[in-house]
Design a protein. Sequence first.
Lengths: 169, 252
Amino acid sequence: MVEAPAPDKLQASKEAWKIAAQVPDPEIPAVNVSDLGILRSVEIDENGIVVAKVTPTYSGCPAVLAIELAIEAALLKAGYKVRIERVTSPAWTTDWITDDGRRKLKEYGIAPPERASGSVRSLFGETQVSCPQCGSAETIRISEFGSTACKALYRCETCREPFDYFKCI
Amino acid sequence: MAHDKVLFEILIRLADDHLVLGHRLSEWCGHAPMLEEDLSMPNMALDLIGQARSLYAYAGEIENRGRDEDAIAYLRTEPEYKNLLLVEKPNEDFAHTMLRQFYFAVFMEEFWKEAISSSDNTLAGIAGKAMKEIAYHIRHCGEWIIRLGDGTEESSRRMRAAVEVLHPYTDEMFDHDDVVAAAVSAEIIPDPLLLRPRWEQGVQTVFKAAKITMPNDYWALRGGRAGQHGEEMGFLLADLQYMQRTYPGMTW
């Protein structure tokens, strides 16, 4: 029989989660690691070490290391012993971005990813993206690849402003 | 052949494909014909090098001789690299670069689709991520092949010239040898022969829209999987390995 974790341990891991979850994304500081769904779990192991599991958005995302270090630093500062584990399976998907995260992205000027990933395969079958500034659906894709691996570049034909779109994967 | 030895060899082949192609793409950084492409190629390179890192790190673990991803990526000699000849071919013009990327990406998408149910859990995990990333590469390159192939007289001529040069290198992707046979029977990787018709169909769909004929009479070129590379590989490695060869053990 598996022993249920002691209530104080459960409480402690909840507090550690709160601290880790506050860490902002270095590229998009408007959202934190919990909003993006890249902080997978925070648990306390049998030796009292906080184990934070983090998943990268893209395999080659250069921010992964910075994010891991920032989470480690935040937890160390709060007095915990820390171990960061990188998990790649199951693969991160934009569907894990929380509703709160989507709202924050939009307010920051980045169009949040459309739900239901996996529609990218159809050639020329483009998803409709609404302008985060004025809400218009009249937008065109300027570039499939943007300033970071997770974004594409769009322009609004109504308000004429360019904007980033958080790609669906 | 021992299971770990087969797995290690497979991981090295895959990792080398991704590192070398990622390096080739990165050579465009700052030289692309327009800003959007200057962003797209390093972005694709980043995906490939990220995938290579996961594969090298895992290969180092399996080998269990204390080599980390950097030691394997930077401190081997040319015959120890097992990448396909296709991925080391020089960038030449934009048509060559896009076509090389497209050939490889269509193959890898089919490969990863099957590898997500690999008997090896770590490889399956890498496949799950890579599969999503590569879908963007296929779409991007596919659009360029259509635009150039069905474009102006010059763009069409260049695209057809690229097909003539690069197509003979595609057979190597489907080659069987002892390592592949052992890895297929251990269900580590899908049988490349099964992927061939799907690859041909994927390429054919785009070629049709691009008004390009698929070559069927050519002399297939191979050798990379056996560590026999073209002249251009030496120059590539000289560039890739420069820092580690000049300042051994350096870190950022």
